[in-house]
Design a protein around this ligand. Structure first.
Ligand SMILES: *Cc1c(COP(=O)(O)O)cnc(C)c1O
Length: 355
């Protein structure tokens, strides 16, 4: 491999994060969310690494679960979006998946396809994306009972879990407390941000995704002791001195205000670095942090190394990892770390660390 650009997926860090989150959540059952190819980290390798540390997995839809079953993953797998049509319901039954039910129509699909071992009934507590209304619940519960599907977990999802004091979260928590299906039915509310910020929650199941991969979901003031699973690295491929008044990159959006030393790094948006990252986004070198300057190109980006002695062609750079964190880069790119890891292109080689 000649071009020095790659991502490293650290499965030891993934296991560390699972153990850390487990210790935070006590005896609650633990569902690891590995949808969207484990947020871009590789669903099969992550599920294999996690299988002994978690009670179940969640994916968005049946094809994602099929990939895990083909790889030999035995743990229960929940399909978070439930069946889309009758063929999909048959696939869910054939793979022995647990399934979410968020519409009455999905009960009909399951009735035709055959029962699944467990149903997660999704309630709309105020996000208004998926979920049954309070009025729909009794009929759906009765229909599931008719089908012999009695292993029910009731779930909901918070729209602003990273803002626990917001009016929206407060309202959702009130509706959750008043949900029409109460104990002894099992329950699940918390994604990563919710379990970090609502430690008093006593539901049966937690279902973190992002925090498993080392992201800090809304917990940046009091970060959880998590390790980044993805490291994105490249190296300097060119260096030049730029005089005051000269510009760097497409559109000439950055202009030198002093004699500047500019390093060109061999990674761009074609490799998964966000084009929307602004000038000033930190990039780490062994000699210190250098700010991104000018627009990110498809294959390259530029950093200002004027204040760093020692940078040469070949100097390694970290685009995200321990430092800068993916959350910091995402802030600079006006997005979230979830999007950055999830849309890493196939072009970028992956190195895997297992121990
Ligand atoms: C994706 C997802 C999760 C995991 O959310 P994170 O913020 O990544 O922890 C949990 N529950 C549902 C319903 C989801 O769709």
């Amino acid at each position: 491999m000649s071009r020095p650009t790659s991502i490293t997926v650290d499965l030891a860090a993934l296991k560390h994060n699972a153990r850390t989150l487990r210790s935070l959540t006590g005896r609650r059952r633990f569902m690891a969310v590995v949808k969207a190819d484990a947020y871009g980290h590789g669903a099969v390798r992550c599920a294999r690494a996690l299988e002994r540390h978690v009670d179940a997995f969640a994916v968005a839809f049946a094809e994602e679960a099929a990939q895990l079953r083909e790889a030999g993953i035995q743990r229960p797998i929940l399909a978070l979006e439930g069946p889309f049509d009758s063929a999909d319901a048959e696939c869910i039954a054939a793979l022995d998946l647990w399934t979410v039910v968020h519409t009455p129509e999905q009960v009909t699909l399951l009735a035709e396809a055959g029962a699944t071992p467990a149903v997660w009934l999704k309630l709309d507590t105020g996000m208004h994306r998926l979920g049954l209304s309070t009025e729909q619940v009794p009929d759906v519960m009765a229909a599931l009972a008719d089908l012999g599907m009695t292993d029910i977990t009731v779930m909901s999802h918070l729209a602003a879990a990273e803002a626990p004091d917001s009016e929206l979260t407060r309202q959702q928590l009130v509706r959750w407390a008043q949900r029409p299906v109460s104990k002894p039915v099992a329950s699940s509310l918390c994604n990563s941000a919710a379990l970090a910020l609502a430690p008093g929650n006593v539901d049966t199941w937690v279902r973190p995704g992002y925090a498993l991969y080392g992201g800090q979901p809304g917990t940046r003031e009091q970060p959880l002791p998590l390790k980044p699973v993805m490291r994105f690295e490249s190296a300097v491929m060119a260096l030049r001195d730029v005089a005051p008044g000269e510009v760097v990159g497409y559109g000439g959006t950055w202009r030198a205000t002093r004699p500047s030393r500019i390093a060109t790094v061999a990674a761009g948006y074609g490799d998964g670095y966000p084009r929307s990252a602004d000038s000033g986004t930190p990039v780490a070198t062994a000699w210190g942090i250098a700010p991104l300057v000018g627009r990110v190109s498809m294959d390259m980006l530029s950093i200002d190394v004027t204040d760093l002695d020692g940078v040469t062609i070949g100097t390694s750079v970290t685009l995200w990892g321990d430092s800068p964190s993916i959350d910091t880069v995402a802030d600079h790119a006006r997005t979230i770390g979830y999007e950055l890891t999830t849309r890493m292109p196939a072009r970028t080689p992956i190195r895997v660390i297992s121990q």
